[in-house]
Design a protein around this ligand. Sequence first.
Ligand SMILES: [Zn+2]
Length: 264
Amino acid sequence: MGRTFCFSLKTIGHPIFHGSEEVRPSRSYTAVLDKSADRWKEIQIGPEDVPALSKLEEKYLGLVRSCQSEVYEEELRRLKKGKQLHSTSSLLALAPILSSDGVLRLGGRDERAKLPYDQLHPPLLPGSHPFAEKIIRAFHEHLKHVGTDFLLTYIRQHFWITRGREAVKRVRRNCTICRRNRAKPGEQLMGDLPYSRLDSGSLPFTRTAVDLFGPFEVGLARNRTTKRLGELFTCLVTRSVFLELVPSLSTSDFLLALRKFVSL
Ligand SMILES: [Zn+2]
């Protein structure tokens, strides 16, 4: 019943189907599905519900059963009769089991692991269902908007959502806070370079800029240190550099370094 959920709504709305004989039973079916979709819309699950959700309290257990009966009707029917799943079932790889509380849960080979039953066999939920989406959003907000991998791993301790990574990414993509946090900051457009930077025909250091950096601690003699500054001459065209060490920021020290640079 639930597996036809998406395409029934789309195809029945198409004008080609209006008034045809085949569509009559589908229309009533659509009404049922619409009602079901409306019902899920009304259910509110917030981050404050996560502790109760994790413990799978009775209210949420009922919702899980209801969601599963919509989507996994065939699988539930077969497992209740003790039959194997159909070879085309989407849950085949998950080896689902039916627990005593009537919930379809993840199977697996970890039976002997020292973990709680709910973690070993979390309830199965379809990733495309509104209930699963609400659960993911609640966990996402409860965990303060964490990333995809952490969120998925955390949720899997309590629920096994099919196509979970896709569903988690969808929730994060639609989250206003995450979108705002991921937004790229605006960048200032830089102005044109001055002519002095582009005078490529000139000899190196024809156009030179100078700056000082530091101070640095340098060794003078054994156990004696002092502070020195670096003086940097850079060619504006080729970006070559000439470095000189100066003792202070005074004019005389600068002029000495400049004379040394010019005399080269
Ligand atoms: Zn978020």
